[in-house]
Design a protein around this ligand. Structure first.
Ligand code: ADP
Length: 404
Protein backbone atom coordinates (compact mmCIF):
# COMPACT_ATOMS: atom_id res chain seq x y z
CA UNK A 1 0.00 0.00 0.00
CA UNK A 2 1.16 3.56 -0.70
CA UNK A 3 1.12 5.58 2.50
CA UNK A 4 1.62 9.33 2.60
CA UNK A 5 3.40 10.29 5.83
CA UNK A 6 2.76 13.82 7.05
CA UNK A 7 4.79 15.56 9.75
CA UNK A 8 3.16 18.93 10.18
CA UNK A 9 4.65 21.79 12.17
CA UNK A 10 3.27 25.28 12.73
CA UNK A 11 5.05 26.74 9.69
CA UNK A 12 6.33 23.70 7.84
CA UNK A 13 5.06 20.39 6.53
CA UNK A 14 7.33 17.44 5.77
CA UNK A 15 5.95 14.63 3.65
CA UNK A 16 7.03 11.27 2.34
CA UNK A 17 5.22 8.77 0.13
CA UNK A 18 6.16 5.18 1.00
CA UNK A 19 5.33 1.88 -0.69
CA UNK A 20 4.95 -0.17 2.47
CA UNK A 21 4.96 -3.58 0.72
CA UNK A 22 8.57 -3.04 -0.37
CA UNK A 23 9.52 -0.38 2.20
CA UNK A 24 10.56 1.90 -0.68
CA UNK A 25 10.36 5.67 -0.38
CA UNK A 26 8.75 6.95 -3.61
CA UNK A 27 9.07 10.67 -3.06
CA UNK A 28 9.61 13.13 -0.25
CA UNK A 29 9.74 16.83 0.37
CA UNK A 30 8.91 19.86 2.39
CA UNK A 31 6.59 22.90 2.40
CA UNK A 32 8.37 25.70 4.23
CA UNK A 33 7.24 29.02 5.71
CA UNK A 34 3.53 28.29 5.83
CA UNK A 35 1.52 31.33 6.87
CA UNK A 36 4.53 33.63 7.25
CA UNK A 37 5.36 34.59 3.64
CA UNK A 38 8.34 33.63 1.49
CA UNK A 39 7.14 30.01 1.13
CA UNK A 40 9.25 27.34 -0.52
CA UNK A 41 8.35 23.89 -1.85
CA UNK A 42 10.70 20.91 -2.21
CA UNK A 43 9.78 17.75 -4.10
CA UNK A 44 12.25 14.90 -4.55
CA UNK A 45 11.45 11.73 -6.48
CA UNK A 46 13.71 8.94 -5.29
CA UNK A 47 15.82 7.41 -8.08
CA UNK A 48 14.68 9.96 -10.68
CA UNK A 49 15.37 13.54 -11.78
CA UNK A 50 11.68 14.48 -11.83
CA UNK A 51 11.97 16.42 -8.56
CA UNK A 52 12.19 20.20 -8.25
CA UNK A 53 12.16 23.10 -5.83
CA UNK A 54 10.27 26.34 -6.20
CA UNK A 55 9.04 29.35 -4.28
CA UNK A 56 5.32 29.01 -3.56
CA UNK A 57 3.27 31.17 -1.22
CA UNK A 58 1.55 29.04 1.42
CA UNK A 59 -1.03 31.28 3.13
CA UNK A 60 -2.21 28.25 5.10
CA UNK A 61 -1.73 24.49 5.55
CA UNK A 62 -4.52 23.70 3.05
CA UNK A 63 -2.46 25.32 0.28
CA UNK A 64 0.57 23.30 1.34
CA UNK A 65 -1.29 19.97 1.17
CA UNK A 66 -2.90 21.02 -2.10
CA UNK A 67 0.53 21.82 -3.58
CA UNK A 68 2.07 18.50 -2.56
CA UNK A 69 -0.91 16.48 -3.83
CA UNK A 70 -0.74 18.34 -7.17
CA UNK A 71 2.99 17.54 -7.32
CA UNK A 72 2.62 13.80 -6.68
CA UNK A 73 -0.35 13.44 -9.09
CA UNK A 74 1.06 15.71 -11.81
CA UNK A 75 0.96 13.89 -15.22
CA UNK A 76 4.50 14.96 -16.05
CA UNK A 77 6.48 14.90 -12.78
CA UNK A 78 4.10 13.01 -10.51
CA UNK A 79 4.47 9.50 -9.08
CA UNK A 80 0.82 8.39 -9.00
CA UNK A 81 -1.94 8.83 -11.60
CA UNK A 82 -4.66 9.61 -9.14
CA UNK A 83 -4.91 10.56 -5.49
CA UNK A 84 -6.95 7.36 -4.97
CA UNK A 85 -3.70 5.39 -5.42
CA UNK A 86 -2.63 6.72 -2.03
CA UNK A 87 -4.09 4.11 0.32
CA UNK A 88 -3.78 6.08 3.54
CA UNK A 89 -2.21 9.05 5.26
CA UNK A 90 -0.16 8.51 8.43
CA UNK A 91 0.07 11.64 10.58
CA UNK A 92 2.77 12.18 13.15
CA UNK A 93 1.19 13.52 16.34
CA UNK A 94 3.50 14.59 19.12
CA UNK A 95 1.29 14.15 22.18
CA UNK A 96 -1.38 11.56 22.76
CA UNK A 97 -1.40 12.08 26.54
CA UNK A 98 -2.55 8.91 28.27
CA UNK A 99 -5.44 8.64 25.82
CA UNK A 100 -3.61 6.87 23.00
CA UNK A 101 -1.65 3.70 23.64
CA UNK A 102 -1.17 2.91 19.95
CA UNK A 103 -1.55 4.32 16.46
CA UNK A 104 -5.23 5.10 15.89
CA UNK A 105 -7.65 5.39 12.96
CA UNK A 106 -8.80 9.01 12.86
CA UNK A 107 -12.52 9.66 13.22
CA UNK A 108 -14.25 12.89 14.30
CA UNK A 109 -14.32 11.53 17.84
CA UNK A 110 -10.59 10.75 17.77
CA UNK A 111 -9.95 14.28 16.48
CA UNK A 112 -11.62 15.77 19.54
CA UNK A 113 -9.53 13.60 21.86
CA UNK A 114 -6.33 14.71 20.07
CA UNK A 115 -7.53 18.29 20.52
CA UNK A 116 -7.94 17.62 24.26
CA UNK A 117 -4.25 16.63 24.40
CA UNK A 118 -3.19 20.00 22.94
CA UNK A 119 -2.52 21.65 26.28
CA UNK A 120 0.22 19.05 26.86
CA UNK A 121 2.01 20.07 23.65
CA UNK A 122 0.77 23.55 22.79
CA UNK A 123 3.57 24.12 20.27
CA UNK A 124 3.08 20.87 18.40
CA UNK A 125 -0.39 19.32 18.63
CA UNK A 126 -2.35 22.24 17.11
CA UNK A 127 -0.10 22.09 14.03
CA UNK A 128 -0.51 18.30 13.82
CA UNK A 129 -4.30 18.74 14.00
CA UNK A 130 -4.18 21.38 11.28
CA UNK A 131 -2.27 18.90 9.08
CA UNK A 132 -5.04 16.31 9.51
CA UNK A 133 -7.77 18.86 8.75
CA UNK A 134 -6.00 20.04 5.59
CA UNK A 135 -5.47 16.48 4.35
CA UNK A 136 -9.12 15.63 5.04
CA UNK A 137 -10.16 18.63 2.96
CA UNK A 138 -7.98 17.74 -0.01
CA UNK A 139 -8.41 13.92 0.22
CA UNK A 140 -11.79 13.39 1.89
CA UNK A 141 -12.03 9.70 0.94
CA UNK A 142 -8.58 8.62 2.13
CA UNK A 143 -8.11 6.74 5.43
CA UNK A 144 -6.12 8.71 8.02
CA UNK A 145 -4.19 7.30 10.97
CA UNK A 146 -2.58 9.19 13.84
CA UNK A 147 0.77 7.89 15.10
CA UNK A 148 1.82 9.36 18.45
CA UNK A 149 5.30 10.12 19.80
CA UNK A 150 4.06 9.23 23.26
CA UNK A 151 2.07 6.05 22.55
CA UNK A 152 5.01 3.62 22.70
CA UNK A 153 5.66 4.70 26.28
CA UNK A 154 2.12 4.11 27.50
CA UNK A 155 3.35 0.69 28.62
CA UNK A 156 5.45 2.32 31.37
CA UNK A 157 4.55 0.89 34.77
CA UNK A 158 3.24 3.25 37.43
CA UNK A 159 6.55 3.11 39.33
CA UNK A 160 8.31 4.53 36.27
CA UNK A 161 5.81 7.20 35.24
CA UNK A 162 5.01 8.73 38.63
CA UNK A 163 7.03 11.63 40.03
CA UNK A 164 7.67 12.09 43.74
CA UNK A 165 5.10 14.84 44.11
CA UNK A 166 1.68 14.70 45.80
CA UNK A 167 -0.37 12.04 44.06
CA UNK A 168 -3.31 14.42 43.77
CA UNK A 169 -1.40 16.37 41.06
CA UNK A 170 -1.24 13.24 38.96
CA UNK A 171 -4.94 12.65 39.56
CA UNK A 172 -6.04 16.25 39.01
CA UNK A 173 -3.63 17.45 36.34
CA UNK A 174 -2.16 14.29 34.87
CA UNK A 175 1.40 15.26 35.83
CA UNK A 176 3.39 12.14 34.96
CA UNK A 177 6.16 10.93 32.69
CA UNK A 178 5.01 10.52 29.09
CA UNK A 179 8.21 9.98 27.12
CA UNK A 180 8.83 10.91 23.48
CA UNK A 181 10.56 9.70 20.29
CA UNK A 182 8.26 6.67 20.58
CA UNK A 183 8.25 5.91 16.86
CA UNK A 184 12.03 5.78 16.82
CA UNK A 185 12.37 3.65 19.96
CA UNK A 186 9.71 1.26 18.67
CA UNK A 187 11.27 0.93 15.21
CA UNK A 188 14.88 0.65 16.43
CA UNK A 189 14.11 -1.92 19.14
CA UNK A 190 12.34 -4.07 16.51
CA UNK A 191 15.28 -3.69 14.10
CA UNK A 192 17.66 -4.67 16.92
CA UNK A 193 15.76 -7.91 17.57
CA UNK A 194 15.65 -8.59 13.82
CA UNK A 195 19.43 -8.16 13.44
CA UNK A 196 19.97 -10.41 16.46
CA UNK A 197 17.72 -12.98 14.79
CA UNK A 198 15.64 -13.20 17.96
CA UNK A 199 11.99 -12.81 18.83
CA UNK A 200 11.53 -9.29 20.20
CA UNK A 201 9.51 -10.77 23.09
CA UNK A 202 12.74 -12.30 24.45
CA UNK A 203 15.02 -9.29 24.03
CA UNK A 204 15.94 -6.53 26.50
CA UNK A 205 17.31 -3.48 24.69
CA UNK A 206 18.45 -0.03 25.72
CA UNK A 207 17.83 2.31 22.79
CA UNK A 208 19.89 5.52 22.78
CA UNK A 209 18.22 8.00 20.41
CA UNK A 210 20.89 10.70 20.29
CA UNK A 211 20.02 13.61 18.01
CA UNK A 212 19.54 17.29 18.81
CA UNK A 213 16.72 16.11 21.00
CA UNK A 214 17.75 12.88 22.72
CA UNK A 215 16.21 10.17 24.82
CA UNK A 216 17.17 6.75 26.12
CA UNK A 217 14.59 3.99 26.55
CA UNK A 218 14.62 0.61 28.29
CA UNK A 219 12.66 -1.80 26.10
CA UNK A 220 11.69 -5.18 27.55
CA UNK A 221 10.14 -7.64 25.09
CA UNK A 222 9.11 -4.83 22.74
CA UNK A 223 7.55 -2.73 25.52
CA UNK A 224 8.94 0.52 26.86
CA UNK A 225 9.44 0.15 30.63
CA UNK A 226 11.29 3.40 31.27
CA UNK A 227 12.47 6.37 29.26
CA UNK A 228 14.55 9.44 29.95
CA UNK A 229 12.22 12.17 28.66
CA UNK A 230 9.40 12.95 31.03
CA UNK A 231 6.34 15.15 31.27
CA UNK A 232 7.99 17.18 28.50
CA UNK A 233 10.97 16.62 26.17
CA UNK A 234 13.12 18.82 28.44
CA UNK A 235 13.78 15.97 30.85
CA UNK A 236 16.43 13.26 30.73
CA UNK A 237 19.92 13.45 29.25
CA UNK A 238 21.73 16.64 28.27
CA UNK A 239 20.81 17.56 24.68
CA UNK A 240 21.95 20.01 22.00
CA UNK A 241 20.36 23.01 23.73
CA UNK A 242 18.16 21.42 26.43
CA UNK A 243 19.36 20.97 29.99
CA UNK A 244 17.91 17.53 30.70
CA UNK A 245 17.10 16.49 34.28
CA UNK A 246 18.10 18.90 37.00
CA UNK A 247 17.28 19.78 40.58
CA UNK A 248 13.99 21.72 40.30
CA UNK A 249 15.26 24.18 42.89
CA UNK A 250 17.74 25.41 40.26
CA UNK A 251 14.85 27.04 38.39
CA UNK A 252 14.02 29.03 41.51
CA UNK A 253 17.68 29.94 42.04
CA UNK A 254 18.10 31.13 38.45
CA UNK A 255 15.01 33.34 38.63
CA UNK A 256 16.33 34.89 41.85
CA UNK A 257 19.96 35.28 40.85
CA UNK A 258 19.56 36.45 37.24
CA UNK A 259 16.49 38.64 37.79
CA UNK A 260 14.91 36.97 34.76
CA UNK A 261 11.29 35.92 34.66
CA UNK A 262 10.24 32.29 35.01
CA UNK A 263 9.44 32.18 31.28
CA UNK A 264 12.87 33.58 30.42
CA UNK A 265 14.58 30.99 32.61
CA UNK A 266 12.54 28.19 31.02
CA UNK A 267 13.63 29.54 27.63
CA UNK A 268 17.28 29.32 28.73
CA UNK A 269 16.78 25.72 29.88
CA UNK A 270 15.23 24.82 26.52
CA UNK A 271 17.35 26.80 24.07
CA UNK A 272 20.62 27.99 25.68
CA UNK A 273 21.55 24.98 27.79
CA UNK A 274 22.74 21.43 27.10
CA UNK A 275 25.93 21.02 25.11
CA UNK A 276 25.49 24.54 23.70
CA UNK A 277 25.36 26.19 27.12
CA UNK A 278 27.99 23.95 28.71
CA UNK A 279 30.47 24.72 25.91
CA UNK A 280 30.13 28.46 26.58
CA UNK A 281 27.69 28.90 23.64
CA UNK A 282 30.20 27.38 21.19
CA UNK A 283 27.71 25.19 19.32
CA UNK A 284 24.83 22.78 19.76
CA UNK A 285 26.13 20.72 16.85
CA UNK A 286 28.04 17.72 18.12
CA UNK A 287 30.40 17.78 15.12
CA UNK A 288 31.66 21.25 16.11
CA UNK A 289 32.06 20.18 19.74
CA UNK A 290 33.93 17.03 18.73
CA UNK A 291 36.30 18.96 16.42
CA UNK A 292 37.09 21.45 19.16
CA UNK A 293 37.48 18.56 21.65
CA UNK A 294 40.07 16.95 19.35
CA UNK A 295 42.02 20.22 19.36
CA UNK A 296 42.04 20.19 23.17
CA UNK A 297 39.53 23.03 23.62
CA UNK A 298 38.66 23.08 27.33
CA UNK A 299 35.04 24.21 26.90
CA UNK A 300 34.37 21.48 24.33
CA UNK A 301 36.02 18.83 26.54
CA UNK A 302 33.85 19.94 29.46
CA UNK A 303 30.66 19.72 27.38
CA UNK A 304 31.50 16.44 25.65
CA UNK A 305 32.67 14.65 28.79
CA UNK A 306 29.55 15.70 30.68
CA UNK A 307 27.35 14.53 27.80
CA UNK A 308 29.06 11.12 27.71
CA UNK A 309 28.86 10.73 31.49
CA UNK A 310 25.11 11.38 31.60
CA UNK A 311 24.49 8.81 28.84
CA UNK A 312 26.57 6.24 30.72
CA UNK A 313 24.56 6.88 33.90
CA UNK A 314 21.22 6.37 32.15
CA UNK A 315 22.39 3.17 30.47
CA UNK A 316 23.58 1.86 33.85
CA UNK A 317 20.26 2.76 35.46
CA UNK A 318 18.30 1.05 32.69
CA UNK A 319 20.43 -2.08 32.91
CA UNK A 320 19.34 -2.24 36.53
CA UNK A 321 15.70 -1.50 35.63
CA UNK A 322 15.71 -4.27 33.02
CA UNK A 323 17.54 -6.71 35.28
CA UNK A 324 20.33 -6.87 32.69
CA UNK A 325 20.29 -5.94 29.02
CA UNK A 326 20.91 -8.05 25.91
CA UNK A 327 21.64 -5.08 23.68
CA UNK A 328 22.45 -1.38 23.61
CA UNK A 329 21.54 0.33 20.33
CA UNK A 330 22.70 3.76 19.20
CA UNK A 331 20.55 5.72 16.74
CA UNK A 332 19.70 9.22 15.36
CA UNK A 333 22.19 11.87 14.13
CA UNK A 334 24.84 11.45 16.82
CA UNK A 335 24.13 7.82 17.72
CA UNK A 336 24.32 6.66 14.10
CA UNK A 337 27.26 8.79 13.00
CA UNK A 338 29.60 9.44 15.87
CA UNK A 339 31.88 6.45 16.39
CA UNK A 340 33.88 8.39 18.97
CA UNK A 341 30.80 9.06 21.11
CA UNK A 342 29.89 5.37 20.98
CA UNK A 343 33.44 4.40 21.90
CA UNK A 344 33.67 6.79 24.85
CA UNK A 345 30.32 5.57 26.20
CA UNK A 346 31.08 1.87 25.72
CA UNK A 347 34.58 2.13 27.24
CA UNK A 348 32.96 3.24 30.49
CA UNK A 349 30.56 0.29 30.38
CA UNK A 350 33.24 -2.41 30.20
CA UNK A 351 32.60 -3.40 33.81
CA UNK A 352 28.98 -4.14 32.86
CA UNK A 353 29.89 -6.63 30.11
CA UNK A 354 30.18 -4.29 27.10
CA UNK A 355 33.04 -5.06 24.70
CA UNK A 356 33.19 -2.84 21.62
CA UNK A 357 34.61 -4.08 18.30
CA UNK A 358 36.65 -1.02 17.35
CA UNK A 359 36.90 -1.90 13.68
CA UNK A 360 33.12 -2.41 13.25
CA UNK A 361 32.49 0.76 15.23
CA UNK A 362 34.90 2.95 13.24
CA UNK A 363 34.66 1.54 9.75
CA UNK A 364 31.31 -0.15 9.26
CA UNK A 365 28.26 1.40 7.61
CA UNK A 366 24.51 1.15 8.16
CA UNK A 367 22.71 -1.12 10.61
CA UNK A 368 25.27 -3.42 12.24
CA UNK A 369 26.64 -4.97 15.38
CA UNK A 370 29.57 -2.96 16.75
CA UNK A 371 30.43 -5.11 19.77
CA UNK A 372 32.56 -8.23 19.71
CA UNK A 373 30.64 -11.46 19.11
CA UNK A 374 31.25 -12.59 22.69
CA UNK A 375 30.42 -9.28 24.36
CA UNK A 376 27.93 -10.13 27.11
CA UNK A 377 25.83 -7.13 26.11
CA UNK A 378 25.72 -6.69 22.32
CA UNK A 379 26.01 -3.18 20.89
CA UNK A 380 24.43 -1.99 17.64
CA UNK A 381 24.35 1.15 15.48
CA UNK A 382 21.04 1.26 13.64
CA UNK A 383 19.66 4.15 11.56
CA UNK A 384 16.27 5.24 12.77
CA UNK A 385 13.42 5.85 10.35
CA UNK A 386 10.47 7.56 11.99
CA UNK A 387 8.61 8.03 8.70
CA UNK A 388 8.88 4.32 7.88
CA UNK A 389 7.69 3.53 11.39
CA UNK A 390 4.65 5.80 10.87
CA UNK A 391 3.88 4.22 7.47
CA UNK A 392 4.14 0.65 8.82
CA UNK A 393 2.03 1.47 11.89
CA UNK A 394 -0.58 3.04 9.62
CA UNK A 395 -0.90 -0.16 7.60
CA UNK A 396 -1.04 -2.26 10.80
CA UNK A 397 -3.97 -0.19 12.08
CA UNK A 398 -5.86 -0.49 8.79
CA UNK A 399 -5.22 -4.25 8.64
CA UNK A 400 -6.65 -4.69 12.14
CA UNK A 401 -9.77 -2.83 10.98
CA UNK A 402 -9.91 -4.82 7.73
CA UNK A 403 -9.41 -1.60 5.81
CA UNK A 404 -6.18 -2.68 4.12
P1 ADP B 1 17.03 16.08 15.39
O1 ADP B 1 16.23 15.19 14.46
O2 ADP B 1 16.72 15.90 16.84
O3 ADP B 1 17.11 17.51 14.95
P2 ADP B 1 19.32 14.57 14.35
O4 ADP B 1 18.93 13.17 14.67
O5 ADP B 1 19.29 15.03 12.94
O6 ADP B 1 18.54 15.59 15.29
O7 ADP B 1 20.80 14.77 14.92
C1 ADP B 1 21.46 16.00 14.87
C2 ADP B 1 22.81 15.84 15.56
O8 ADP B 1 23.54 14.80 14.90
C3 ADP B 1 23.68 17.09 15.53
O9 ADP B 1 24.21 17.35 16.82
C4 ADP B 1 24.82 16.69 14.60
O10 ADP B 1 26.02 17.29 14.95
C5 ADP B 1 24.89 15.19 14.82
N1 ADP B 1 25.60 14.55 13.72
C6 ADP B 1 25.21 14.42 12.44
N2 ADP B 1 26.18 13.81 11.71
C7 ADP B 1 27.20 13.55 12.57
C8 ADP B 1 28.49 12.94 12.45
N3 ADP B 1 28.92 12.46 11.29
N4 ADP B 1 29.25 12.85 13.57
C9 ADP B 1 28.82 13.33 14.74
N5 ADP B 1 27.63 13.92 14.92
C10 ADP B 1 26.83 14.02 13.86
Amino acid sequence: MKVLVINCGSSSLKYRLIETDTKDVICKGLCERIGIGGGHFKYEVIGSDKGYEKDVEFPDHNTAVDTLIKAVTDPENGVVKDVAEIGAVGHRIVHGGDKFTEATYITDEVMSVIEECSDLAPLHNPANIQGIKSCRKVMPDTAMVGVFDTAFHQSLPEEAYLYGIPYEYYEKYGIRKFGFHGMSHDYVSKETAAIMGRDIKDVKTIVCHLGNGASITAVDGGRSIDTSMGYTPLDGIIMGTRCGSLDPEIVHALVEKTGKSLDEVMHILNFDSGVYGLSGYMSSDMRDIRNAYNKGDKAAIRAYDTYVYVIVKYIGAYMAALGGADAITFTAGIGENSSSLRRLVCERLKGLGVELDNDANENGKGARMISTADSKVKVYAIPTDEEMSIALSTVEVLKKLNKA
